[in-house]
Design a protein around this ligand. Structure first.
Ligand SMILES: Cc1cc2nc3c(=O)[nH]c(=O)nc-3n(C[C@H](O)[C@H](O)[C@H](O)COP(=O)(O)OP(=O)(O)OC[C@H]3O[C@@H](n4cnc5c(N)ncnc54)[C@H](O)[C@@H]3O)c2cc1C
Length: 302
């Protein structure tokens, strides 16, 4: 990226938070992805707002990430600026049954804090390896719960650079969708509400759900979780297994033998391998069952 633009970014963003030609494989749970021209980890709202202002001024594409646990970055990387919310924006404050937390906090950490206060209803999120912001964007969920069951409101930066509050209803949360996917707002923080419960019961639910994950999911390999959304009336993993694709590989990308809904990186897989495998799986399932699989994982870059 041109030196002038980097200098403009540095006017209001600490140099230590700006990285050039940053390998995205380091920032995704798939451990895949080429270089982003610029990678910024803003330490606060002012640095974040400045990054967006400069991107808009020079018409540079930018993309916000949390923990990169639901994205696949292509092998030639991202031409533009990746803005990582994870690692900063990770505060949490709990008063009675109300939780105020920054978008960058990991769900595992947040669920532990909530459980420590004997608040129930957030157990479902403890094993999802994303940030609060990514989870709201995706309306992440598991084992019968999702973000809509605990959210009260969210503060975002809108497209004019203003900070506005959206209520849960305004977020239009559906199965792995939210209005943020259409508006491209940036989530800064959220208010959640949980009910008082019994601490031991909450811990045992969390332990049980995490054991179920360890038994059923290929957590020993890098992945982005379930590659496909659940088609109405079916389970993606079962359709893929019944299509005889268990263990099917292209390069080092493989349909997990443990859970066919996951595509895993067996070691140095290329994004290109994963994308070819996604197409193969989608086409095979379509031919065999006339069901169209849609990816849950978001694919970016070139
Ligand atoms: C092993 C494994 C298990 C998983 N299990 C589950 C599961 O049970 N249920 C489930 O729903 N998901 C699951 N996932 C997927 C993933 O963890 C979730 O989708 C998670 O919510 C993504 O959060 P993230 O911070 O990693 O977001 P990222 O992957 O970094 O980003 C995902 C999307 O959110 C957007 N985004 C992120 N942060 C912000 C922000 N602050 N403001 C605006 N947009 C933002 C990004 O632009 C991107 O489009 C799993 C993934 C793995 C690897």
């Amino acid at each position: 990226m041109e030196k002038d633009i980097i200098l403009e970014l540095e006017k209001n963003i600490n140099k230590e938070n700006i990285f050039q030609d940053e390998i995205m494989a380091k920032h995704t749970t798939f451990k895949i992805g080429g270089e982003a021209d610029v990678f910024i980890r803003p330490s606060d709202v002012s640095e974040l707002s400045h990054a967006i202002k400069i991107c808009k001024k020079y018409k540079i594409p930018y993309y916000v990430i949390g923990n990169g646990s639901n994205i696949l970055v292509k092998d030639n990387g991202f031409r533009g600026v990746i803005i990582q919310i994870y690692k900063n924006f990770n505060y949490v404050e709990i008063i009675d049954d109300t939780i105020v937390a920054g978008a960058g906090i990991l769900l595992s950490k947040l669920s532990k804090k909530i459980a420590d206060e004997s608040l129930e209803g957030f157990e479902f999120a403890s094993g999802i390896p994303g940030t609060l912001g990514g989870a709201i964007y995706m309306n992440a969920g598991a084992y019968g719960g999702d973000m809509s069951s605990v959210l009260v409101s969210v503060d975002v930066i809108d497209n004019k650079g203003n900070i506005i509050t959206l209520t849960k209803d305004e977020l239009k949360l559906g199965y792995r969708t939210s209005i943020i996917q259409e508006t491209n707002y940036i989530i800064l923080k959220a208010i959640l509400k949980c009910k008082k419960g019994n601490k031991d019961d909450i811990s045992s639910i969390i332990n049980d759900l995490n054991n179920r994950r360890r038994t059923k999911q290929p957590l020993e390999f890098p992945s982005a979780g379930s590659t496909f959304k659940r088609p109405v009336g079916y389970y993606a993993g079962k359709l893929i297994m019944d299509s005889d694709l268990r263990g099917y590989s292209i390069g080092n990308a493989q349909v997990s033998e443990k859970h066919c809904g996951f595509i895993i990186n067996k070691g140095d897989a290329k994004a290109d391998d994963v994308i070819k495998l996604i197409h193969h799986v989608t086409n095979t399932v379509k031919d065999k069952y006339n069901v169209t699989l849609e990816t849950e994982v978001r694919i970016i870059g070139e």
